[in-house]
Design a protein around this ligand. Structure first.
Ligand SMILES: C[S@@+](CC[C@H](N)C(=O)[O-])C[C@H]1O[C@@H](n2cnc3c(N)ncnc32)[C@H](O)[C@@H]1O
Length: 216
């Protein structure tokens, strides 16, 4: 694991985006949580919506490869920040170079993905990580797109979910407010859900059904 983390953090961009990572002591930060949830749930399918340079899909890919279920990551990102996710063979080479051959990238928005055969045939989703466009409306769309696909023990994770703040992600002339927190706050009023904030780095919120799954 140490060797894998050291290799990962040689790509300096994988230390960005507020997951509370630190190269000096090979600390994945919130990545430990993503990794451990995937090892505990052992899902066949993880969905990641949005990523700057793939930190989250890579950590989930590593966890699923370390499990013995042969699980796969579906990664949805239309590459709206820059051209990084635009060339399919470069994307595949990038992920494989960092040890992940179980990530499938869909260069599209969630709105486009839900119209595809891949969405229809996705099967049960154990974890969905929501880190795309951070408006309240898009956070709701991303959550609702997978809500009915989640397994009984499934968990949705929202990144950048604990503060309202301005982002320059799409350029200085296209400022926008992160308002994921506003959507997460609406989920907190539902008695059928458990909602738990972790305010480390840029923050992440875990959402699961309050009802306990039936014992195996
Ligand atoms: C860089 S990440 C993380 C968000 C970032 N912290 C911010 O300030 O906005 C955002 C990613 O979400 C992707 N994205 C934007 N809109 C999307 C949508 N509708 N569906 C899926 N991904 C989307 C972008 O291409 C980008 O790579």
């Amino acid at each position: 694991m140490r060797e894998w983390i050291d290799t990962l953090f040689e790509t300096k961009n994988l230390l960005q985006m507020g997951h509370h990572q630190r190269a000096e002591d090979a600390n994945l930060g919130l990545g430990w949580l993503y990794y451990s949830l995937a090892r505990i749930l052992r899902p066949a399918r993880v969905v990641v919506i949005g990523s700057f340079r793939g930190f989250v899909p890579l950590v989930f890919g590593k966890a699923l490869a370390d499990n013995s279920e042969g699980g796969r990551v579906s990664f949805i990102d239309p590459s709206l920040v820059d051209d990084f996710w635009k060339d399919p063979s470069a994307v595949q080479k990038y992920f494989e170079g960092l040890g992940a051959s179980n990530i499938e990238h869909f260069q599209m928005t969630t709105q486009q993905f839900v119209m595809t055969e891949s969405y229809r045939s996705l099967g049960e989703v154990g974890l969905v990580f929501i880190d795309g466009y951070h408006s309240e409306e898009q956070a709701r769309f991303d959550y609702e797109a997978f809500q009915d696909r989640m397994s009984a023990e499934g968990i949705a994770l929202f990144h950048d979910s604990v503060r309202v703040r301005t982002s320059r992600m799409y350029g200085p002339d296209r400022l926008y407010e992160h308002r994921v927190k506003c959507f997460v706050d609406t989920l907190k009023s539902s008695s059928s859900l458990q909602v738990f904030d972790l305010p480390f780095g840029d923050g992440v919120t875990l959402v699961r059904r309050a009802e306990c799954p039936v014992a195996p």
